[in-house]
Each structure stands twice: as C-alpha cells, then as structure tokens.
Write a protein that binds this ligand. Sequence first.
Ligand SMILES: Nc1ncnc2c1ncn2[C@@H]1O[C@H](COP(=O)(O)OP(=O)(O)OP(=O)(O)O)[C@@H](O)[C@H]1O
Ligand SMILES: [Mg+2]
Length: 478
Amino acid sequence: MTNENTSAGNTISTGNTAELTGFAALGITGALLKATHGAGFTEPKPIQTQAIPPQMEGRDIFGIAQTGSGKTAAFALPILSKIIALGTKRRAKTTRALILAPTRELAVQIEDTIKILAKGAHVSTALVLGGVSRFSQVKKVAPGVDILIATPGRLTDLVREGDLILSDTKWLVLDEGDRMLDMGFINDVKRIAKATAPDRQTVLFSATMPNEIAELAKGLLKNPIRVEVAPQSTAAAEIVQGVVFARTKQKRQVLSTMLADEAMKSVIIFSRTKHGADRVTKDLERDGFKAAVIHGNKSQNARQKALNDFREGSVRILVATDIAARGIDVPGISHVVNFDLPDEAESYVHRIGRTGRNGMDGIAITLCDPSENSKLRQVERIIRSKLPIVADHLGSPDPVRNPAEKNERFEPANDRNDRNGRRDGRRPGGQNNGFGKKRFGDKPAFAGAGERKPEGAKPFKGNNKRRFGGKRPAARAA
Ligand SMILES: Nc1ncnc2c1ncn2[C@@H]1O[C@H](COP(=O)(O)OP(=O)(O)OP(=O)(O)O)[C@@H](O)[C@H]1O
Ligand SMILES: [Mg+2]
C-alpha cells in the first residue's frame, strides 16, 4: 500500500478562462453537480476533496476520516459520475457498483443519500439485505441495476442462488471497511470480491482501522492511494467527551438524573448487549422517560421504526446496541451516553461519532463501573487521550431498589455478549458454513451483523457443497 497522499486542491485551472471551484473542481458535472448542490453540499469536505479526484482517475482508495466527516459522498459521487457517463444499458441480474455495509439500517441510509445525490440523473439503485422480503429484492435486481447497496449475508444468498451476477460489477465499496474485514465478515466479503469483475475499482472507508485489519485490506485493494484526513480513531473535534464513574447498580439512577436535564435534546444510549438495551429501556420507562430501542433481536420493521421515530424527533431517546454505532447519520443528536463500555475500543469511536457530526456540537458521556476500567484504558489508548472525569459516584451507596420491581422477572435474551463471542453477532459456525451451501431451510448461511439465524436452527449437515454461482462441487472458497 502506498502512503502517497493526494495533493488535489479544490481549484482546477481551466487555462485562461474561469477557474472551477467546489465540487466542479473535483470533476463533478451536470445533473450530478446540480443534485449535489440541491442536497446542500456546496463546499466539499476534506475527505471529499482528497478522495474524489483519485477515484475519478480509477484508483483504489484506502480512506480514513473521522465520523460525520462526509465519507458517504466521498465514495458515492465518483461512482455516480462514472455510471452517468456510461448511459443506461445494463445486463439482467447484474449491478455495476456494489456497496457493502455492515448493518441493514446503514445500507438503507446509504441508498437514501445516493438517491438524493443522483436526483434527476436516472441512476437505478436497489437494496439487498436480510430481515425483509427476498422476493421483492430479486425482482428489483432482475432487470439489472446501477448501484446495489447490500449487507453480505443476503447478498451471498442471492448470488449463490443465481439471482444476482457480480461479474459486471466494476466498483466495489466497503463502507465501515475495518468492520467489513473483521472476522465476522471477511470470508463473505472475500468471496463477494472474487466474484466481481477482475478489473474492478475498490474503495474502503472508515473512521477506524486497526493495524491487523489494514493488513487484510491489502488483499483486496490494488495499489491504493491512502487518504487519511486524520489518524485513524481520531474523534471529531466537536465532540466533548467525559467519563462518569458509577457502579453498575448506580447507573440507572445516574442516567435518569442526567436525562432530566432538558439540554439533552436528542440522546442515543448505547448498551453492550441486547438484554441490557431492553433493561435500560424498561428502567427509563419506569422513571418516566419514553425511549425507542433498536437491537438485533427486534424485527426489521421494529428496528427501522425505532430509528425513524428517533430521526423524526417523535422520541428524544434511542437505546441501542452497537448495530446503531456505525455510520448512522441522524443530524442533531446532542448527546451520546455509553451506559457501558463496548467490548472493542473502536466501537467507542463510532458510538460517540453519532453526535458532533458535520461540524455540529456534541457531548459523549461514558458510565464506567470499576470492572470496566481496563476497557476504558483501551479506549483511551486508541483515541490517544484521557477522558476527563465528569463525576465520580463510587463513594456513594447504591440506590435502594423499589421493592415492587424486585420480584419482576425480566426475560433474559440469549445474548450475554451481543456478539456471541464473535464480532458480528453470529454464533460460531462449524466447518460447513461456506459460501456454496445453505445451512438451514432456505435461509442464507449468514445474515450480516446484528442479524441472526432463527432460534434453534441447526447447521445444515448435508453434502450439497456448491460453488458461489453454480451447482458444481465446491473448490475451497478463498
Ligand atoms: N460537502 C458537504 N456539505 C454539507 N454537508 C455534507 C457534505 N458532505 C456530507 N455532508 C453531511 O454530513 C453528514 C455526515 O456525512 P456522512 O454520513 O457521510 O459521514 P461519515 O464520514 O460517513 O460518518 P461515519 O464515520 O459516522 O459513517 C451527513 O448529514 C451529510 O449529509
Ligand atoms: Mg459513513
């Protein structure tokens, strides 16, 4: 991988006439430029200024920039620009560009952004993700689409069944690239990449990039340009961060006291587990706060509704697991509260990045029990700073629990760790969960992050190994 940085400025001289500025200087023209301006994007963000020109030249990109800094348009605009230039001829069941995202909600959001940026430009988009009708997705891709946004599980299923062909796919984007290359997704992603056009252009973007994952990226990117607006894991400067020391038993009261402050206009509360998210939501209700909740045990409709209600402002509090930590862009979130620390330090950077986006202010408060001190230190190591202590309740006694609540049973979900010990929420699979076969019924082997196989489903034990696209016996998948 090269360390070469683009020095593309934001002004291109056109000779002796006018000089181009803004997005026009980056090569964005015509209807696309008009729609970009229509979306309120007049001045490119630094990641856009640096990453768009080399993509327009066909280069692979390894892009790192803080949360909320405009990475979506940085990968979407060059692809749109090239696809518009190609015209409308497409082959059935193919897609010209493929954008992979780790969660369904993020995929939906990326499609929304692309539709806005491509307004009036006759570019077709489709979504392929788990938890919703497969049939309508197959129908949508049948005539061929320009840009497909997908989570890897359902995509794998469609390709395996021959409902989608990737050989015409010339652009591949890994949004939240480090997540897409971690152990939960890497095998699916490698197989998907292998099925795309050999001369494809690949770009990868994230706000975090652990070294070992950067190594893996080398296998997918060809002589990429590294565009690093800030060192990986740098939090957006606008986010004011702090830690509150409180024992687990004190956290409910600490949280409710905080939320009584009306300055907390729009708050996302992160919990490490699905069960924890449900419990926090219930406790908030008991304390008089209405909250929506989003986690991987909810139906897709319930997940999307919770997010939409929060986005539209009909609830001011969203309780979430890490499925909402990456990429979700809800302008105006004033506060992020980490009810507990995440298992992976990188998740902290993404969680707090739901606030302080696009130059806005934001506050991120982390509640830390003494048992979480080592996780706190890991977070401080990757963000390269110490979190200021906002309050310390450790010297105070635990609050007395309401006796009426004491006897209530709260059904624990089977999710001690939201990720079941893996980074993707999937249960550990056996040897037989390769690309080429189904593990149960007609469901895909895996269904992506925060997506889970049906309760009690058993891995498929048959001998129907197949290649990605065909019916022949499998050669070992890459
Ligand atoms: N050039 C621009 N001008 C104005 N607003 C912009 C511009 N580019 C992006 N935005 C806005 O900034 C916000 C954040 O953008 P985006 O979601 O792409 O960030 P991101 O870098 O992908 O963040 P994350 O790491 O959390 O995924 C969005 O609301 C988007 O509409
Ligand atoms: Mg993003």
